[in-house]
Design a protein around this ligand. Structure first.
Ligand code: PGA
Length: 252
């Protein structure tokens, strides 16, 4: 049985104070919680304080991006060493907003996944097709390309540690979720890809999150699907009560 993992991606929202309010609220509810992994990914400015706040609880810290060098003249970037320093355990990589708005390539995603693994953190590698790609029937080609390039040269014993987030771009922040069946088909495709290109053991262990307009009222049906192991939640993770409900409904 794969352990469910629900992650909140706060994106470019929340001052340090607002981030702490949410962290404290979640901690009150999930101080000890054994039924799923809960990860919150505040903006860089709030990582350190939120990390301190949740360090004695079952909630884990994640970052929203990383650069692949350890240190140096890379203005504006944040290194894996710095993330490790603030006790981040997870790092979101290749989110569609980074790909679409900031030109992040599969090659950059691949370097980031490798460095995060090297630092003993867990990458959450995001993949997903755009609306026109779904409409013209190329969804699986797009996923295959993102997987092939994003996971290039990753040793097979490491692949099972990675989390893949399937996030159809047309479902992000739009209120339009993939149906549980659409999501399950994509998740199965991803698991089969890992079995074919790496090994069966890794594909069985691999946790695949769904992301895109996840809400308290649709999470249970998504999680009921065999290959959906969790969710990467954007907008609905910004409010304590809504995120608490999502976590609770995910393990129904
Ligand atoms: P959303 O975002 O839940 O607001 O659709 C999901 C994501 O971008 O990870």
């Amino acid at each position: 049985m794969r352990r469910p993992i629900i992650a909140g991606n706060w994106k470019m929202n929340k001052t340090v104070e607002d981030a702490l309010d949410v962290a404290i609220g979640l901690k009150r509810k999930f101080y000890t919680f054994g039924e799923a992994d809960i990860v919150i990914c505040p903006p860089f400015t709030a990582l350190s304080k939120v990390g301190d706040e949740i360090s004695d609880s079952s909630i884990m810290l994640g970052a929203q991006d990383v650069y692949w060098e350890e240190e140096g003249a890379f203005t504006g970037e944040v290194s894996p060493k710095m993330l490790k320093d603030v006790r981040a355990r997870y790092v979101i990589i290749g989110h569609s907003e980074r790909r679409v708005l900031f030109g992040e390539t599969d090659e950059a995603v691949n370097k980031k996944v490798k460095v995060v693994l090297r630092y003993g953190m867990i990458p959450i590698m995001c993949i997903g097709e755009r609306l026109e790609e779904r409409d013209n029937g190329t969804t699986y080609e797009v996923l295959e390309k993102q997987l092939t390039r994003g996971l290039k040269d990753i040793p097979k014993e490491d692949v099972g540690r990675i989390i893949i987030a399937y996030e159809p771009v047309w479902a992000i922040g739009t209120g339009r979720t993939a149906t549980p069946r659409e999501a399950q088909e994509a998740h199965k495709f991803i698991r089969d890809f890992i079995e074919k290109h790496f090994e069966k053991e890794a594909s069985v262990k691999l946790r695949i999150q769904y992301g895109g307009s996840v809400k308290p009222d649709n999470i249970a049906k998504l999680m009921a699907e065999e290959d959906i192991d969790g969710a990467l939640v954007g907008g609905a993770s910004l409010d304590v009560n809504t995120f608490v409900q999502i976590v609770e409904n995910s393990i129904l």
